[in-house]
Design a protein around this ligand. Structure first.
Ligand code: DPM
Length: 322
């Protein structure tokens, strides 16, 4: 494929974490193969989320914690695009930026990783009081709902740190995305992939989102070569659902999306943090109306009480910040 622009150096912004770099280098490789006439450079930077390691993620609660510095650098013309885990990319982007492409999704499910002393157990048979590490409100709420006898403890740090804490015995098990474990070569640590009936995944989980300036048609044209249309349709439906519920990246909201022929089925849930209430529903319709389906699903859950749950969570998050 030949691009319509003359040869230039294109700067890709990335966080410094190992997972971020694996993802960014994958995008860099793809771009190099598609457009050998251009040079693609990676510029790493630290985000606010990387600096705050001792506070539970849910308490910080800020949207764009892992994306802001990357976005500022694009707006200053210091970089041209940024690679994110799509699930970390807020549904409202800063003025002047846009989602240029969504790459092919890998398995979006969550996985249980256990300490070796629990190697014989499946999630459903873990004994009373087993300590599960997660700082995802979505995972916490769903697991509390299904398994009220388990205990939960916050866990922070990158994937390696989390696995080390698990192996050191600080937790009996931890929940992580299949996608992240596989990308870092820890696929063999997956003890059990959680079915959708137990844990609906985060919006956009397993896909990469590439952000760029909205007024840069050359970059946008290049990025279209990386777009995976079926993934993009599913993820746009999921993101519309989250946007309509006004949920940030730290909310107990989960989804699943499935495409059969030209029909898309979107399943969504909102749960209370104590695991007492879980509201779940699904909508099906033509894939060409993906974003409408997301909005419809949000309305359905709201009619069933989802807003009440979210308002309680936002109110208590505000109270804990003050
Ligand atoms: C977001 C959440 C988490 C990440 C919240 C959620 C997990 C936090 C935690 C929005 N971002 O999922 O409900 O468990 O403490 C993150 C991971 C990946 C991207 C790691 C993971 C890899 C998977 C992917 C952190 N962001 O979820 O285990 O690319 O989809």
């Amino acid at each position: 494929m030949t691009a319509s622009v003359s040869a230039r150096t294109i700067r890709i912004g990335s966080r410094k974490s190992q997972l971020a770099l694996v993802q960014t280098h994958w995008v860099q490789d793809q771009l190099r193969q598609l457009y050998p006439e251009h040079t693609f450079e990676v510029q790493t930077m630290t985000t606010q989320g990387d600096n705050i390691l001792d506070v539970a993620l849910a308490k910080i609660g800020d949207k764009g914690l892992f994306t802001k510095e990357l976005e500022v650098s694009m707006l200053r013309q210091e970089t041209d695009l940024a690679v994110h885990s799509l699930k970390d990319l807020p549904t409202h982007l800063p003025e002047g930026l846009m989602l240029g492409a969504i790459t092919e999704r890998v398995d979006p499910a969550d996985a249980l990783v256990v300490h070796e002393r629990f190697g014989e157990y499946a999630l459903a048979s873990l004994p009373e009081g087993t300590v599960i590490g997660t700082s995802s409100l979505r995972r916490l709420a769903q697991l509390r709902y299904h398994y009220p006898h388990l205990e939960f403890k916050d866990i922070r740090g990158n994937l390696n740190t989390r696995l080390q804490k698990l192996d050191a015995g600080e937790y009996d098990g931890i929940i992580l995305a299949v996608a992240g474990l596989q990308r870092l070569g820890f696929g063999d640590r997956i003890h059990q992939v959680l079915p959708g009936e137990i844990s609906l995944h985060a919006v956009g989980q397993g896909a990469l989102g590439i952000e760029c300036r909205a007024d840069d048609p050359d970059i946008l044209a290049l990025l279209k070569g990386l777009e995976h249309q079926p993934t993009a349709q599913r993820c746009l439906a999921e993101r519309a659902f989250l946007r309509e519920l006004e949920g940030g990246c730290q909310v107990p909201i989960g989804v699943n999306s499935e495409r059969v022929a030209d029909q898309l089925t979107l399943t969504g849930m909102v749960a209370s943090l104590d695991g007492q209430r879980l509201i779940k529903d699904a909508v099906t319709g033509p894939v060409s109306t993906a974003e409408d389906l997301g909005v419809q699903l949000a309305h359905r859950l709201r009619e069933q009480g989802a807003q009440e749950i979210l308002d309680e969570i936002f109110a208590s998050a505000r109270a804990s910040v003050q």
